[in-house]
Design a protein around this ligand. Structure first.
Ligand code: GLU
Length: 375
């Protein structure tokens, strides 16, 4: 999607709603606001579009249900609150969507579920099946086992990873600000809203103060990072004020609301796109110069013979970085053998794999379909 006007033809949309919006500033769930977003999503579904919803709000709802007035410090209490609140969250969505004749599905995910090849393939096919059935998946982080969102307010990233895995056309991040500003509007009231920008425009980093602050609790830095991730599968991102009247239907009808971030890259093939969006590397392989050239110039698979060093502990199917002689990452991919086996077969021809470890899965250490060049 290269132009904002093309948003009207978006077929698959990911909508992300954060805690601050859902809970009206720290109280329980704001059911009136939620009812309005649900009605808008139902309207989008009627227009023959598929919508998946990434929703936070479980901690806040859990706190309200447990009668806690202040947010606890400890992680296990926050996780407990999330598991209590998730019930309220899905109950709310379920009954509201039902009033529009739509089914919902609860999907709790961790970043791992979207990065491990086996789980990624499973979660993707479940979500695609739900969309094909006309069901609206309601996705949240699985806070019992993962804590990224509790720590970093990072459902923005989850939204982007879902957009990647479903090859969505657009990710709409509803937030408590009208969009992205040229400068921090709380410091400079004359700062203007950015209506549209290309995702690789270096000025964007300056605008969100990326160089100053690290990971915010769901601040503009994580939103911009999410938009960059979403762009890797060719999805546009809209960052927009969630309290704006009829915000979703207006954005999708092409109205100039919020900030529209245009993807710059051509869509990669599905698997390569997914690899490029990975967050967690489990280890690295040091390659000899010959292997680096083969990867970079002929797009071939990585064979054990080209590997001269292994670091990290990884399993078959994990994502590892491939480094050149200077330690620079040249590629990343899903490895066919675990770290221990890789140490045994490195520098060796593939014909010796069976003799060295007792069996052969594949002659390649990383198949070219599971490899993506970096940099
Ligand atoms: N996933 C959690 C939620 O939905 C975390 C949000 C938070 O830390 O407040 O509420």
């Amino acid at each position: 999607m290269q132009k904002r006007s093309e948003i009207v033809s978006a077929r698959r949309i990911i909508v992300k709603i954060g805690s601050a919006l859902l809970t009206g500033g720290g109280r329980g769930l704001d059911k009136t606001a939620i009812a309005s977003w649900v009605a808008q999503i139902a309207e989008l579904c009627k227009q023959d579009r598929e919508v998946a919803l990434v929703s936070s709000g479980s901690v806040a709802e859990g706190m309200a249900r447990l009668g806690w007035k202040t947010r606890p410090q400890s992680l296990h209490q926050l996780q407990a609150a999330a598991s209590v609140g998730q019930m309220g969250l899905v109950q709310t969505y379920e009954s509201l969507f039902r009033s529009h004749g739509l089914h919902t599905a609860q999907v709790l995910l961790t970043h791992d579920d979207l990065s491990r090849r086996d789980r990624y393939l499973n979660s993707r096919s479940t979500l695609l099946t739900l969309l094909k059935l006309g069901v609206v998946p309601v996705i949240n982080e699985n806070d019992t086992v993962a804590t990224e969102e509790i720590r970093f307010g990072d459902n923005d990233t989850l939204g982007a990873l879902v957009a990647n895995s479903l090859e969505a056309d657009v990710l709409v991040i509803l937030t408590d600000q009208p969009g992205l500003y040229e400068r921090d509007p709380s410091l400079d009231p004359t700062a203007k809203l950015v209506h549209q920008a290309c995702i690789n425009d270096p000025a964007l980093s300056e605008m969100v103060g990326e160089s100053r602050s690290g990971l915010g609790r769901g601040g503009m830095v994580t939103k911009l990072r999410a938009a960059r991730l979403a762009a890797r599968s060719g999805a546009a991102t809209v960052i927009v004020g969630g309290r704006e009247n009829q915000v979703l239907t207006r954005v999708i009808s092409g109205e100039l609301l919020g900030t529209f971030l245009i993807p710059d890259t051509d869509p990669l093939t599905a698997r390569k796109r997914w690899l490029a969006g990975q967050l967690k590397l489990k280890g690295s392989l040091a390659l000899d110069d010959g292997a680096v050239t083969v990867l970079q110039e002929s797009g071939r698979s990585l064979l054990p013979v080209g590997v001269v060093g292994v670091s990290g502990e990884f399993d078959r199917g994990d994502l590892v970085a491939c480094l050149d002689a200077h330690g620079k990452e040249v590629a990343r991919g899903l490895v066919n053998y675990n770290a221990e086996e890789t140490r045994l077969i490195m520098r060796q021809p593939s014909s010796k794999i069976e003799e060295l470890i007792g069996y052969v899965d594949e002659p390649e250490l990383i198949h070219r379909d599971n490899l993506v060049l970096v940099g």
